[in-house]
Design a protein around this ligand. Structure first.
Ligand code: GDP
Ligand code: MG
Length: 216
């Protein structure tokens, strides 16, 4: 029984990887740069997207694809910030997969877009297993979540290209040992680009914008 289950999971993941590769070709053919933003619920994914859209709006055309289990609240926020927004309701699924992204991409005129930002479903486990075909994966951690998260959710930290540590404005009020946190990150993903910042005060945002601009 266990072996059969493993085979089914492997088949699902390899089918997903095939569509992810197709998504990547779609992006590349349209000269679109795409990032996948993952984090727990409330870490600040939509807040960082709002800041990022506002910053780059005069320089490039942005689209945001928002994965949510039920509502379109986040897509509405992305649109209000100035992006073209597409909502994917996952119907309860805890992650986006490559097929869902593929369907969303068909709703966009990619030839008119420079940067696609995907907001994944708030979850620190499932999104790590599903490649989407984006060029970069970004994880947001936030200070109130605690400094033990790299140790508890290693899969999430291992596979990403950049880490944002949001809500640094709360450091004076929350117990968070930054060196313990960063030690965990360094073990899992040596040399990872890390951006401590606050979407509220804007401290540290410039370094994140520079990284994104130089990646595109
Ligand atoms: N203090 C503080 N609050 C923040 C910051 N960034 C986001 N928040 C708040 O955290 C909550 C969740 O943010 P949101 O962007 O919706 O998170 P998401 O669920 O990951 O998309 C909201 O109440 C935000 O106002 C920050 O840098 N500092
Ligand atoms: Mg959100």
């Amino acid at each position: 029984m266990t072996i059969k289950n493993i085979l089914v999971v492997e088949k699902i993941l390899s089918a997903n990887d095939r569509i992810a590769a197709e998504n990547r070709s779609i992006f590349d053919e349209a000269a679109v740069f795409a990032i996948n933003i993952m984090a727990s619920p409330g870490a600040g994914k939509t807040s960082l997207i709002e800041r990022t859209v506002s910053h780059f709006l005069s320089k490039m055309k942005l689209a945001v694809i928002d994965g949510d289990i039920a509502t379109s609240l986040d897509a509405d926020r992305a649109e209000a910030a100035g992006a073209i927004a597409v909502q994917i309701n996952t119907g309860g699924e805890c992650h986006l997969d490559a097929v869902m992204l593929n369907t969303a991409l068909k709703q966009l005129k990619l030839e008119n877009i420079d940067l696609v930002i995907v907001e994944n479903v708030g979850n620190l486990v499932c999104p790590a297993s599903f490649q989407l075909g984006t060029h970069k994966s970004v994880l947001i951690a936030s200070i109130p979540e605690g400094d033990d998260k790299p140790y508890k959710y290693p899969g999430m930290y291992r596979g990403v290209d950049a880490l944002v540590i949001n809500k640094i404005d709360l450091l004076p009020y929350v117990e968070f040992d930054m060196s313990y946190f960063q030690k965990g990150v360094e073990i899992l993903n040596p040399g990872l680009e890390v951006f401590p910042l606050s979407c509220k005060t804007e401290e540290g945002l410039a370094a994140w914008f520079d990284w994104l601009a130089s990646s595109t």
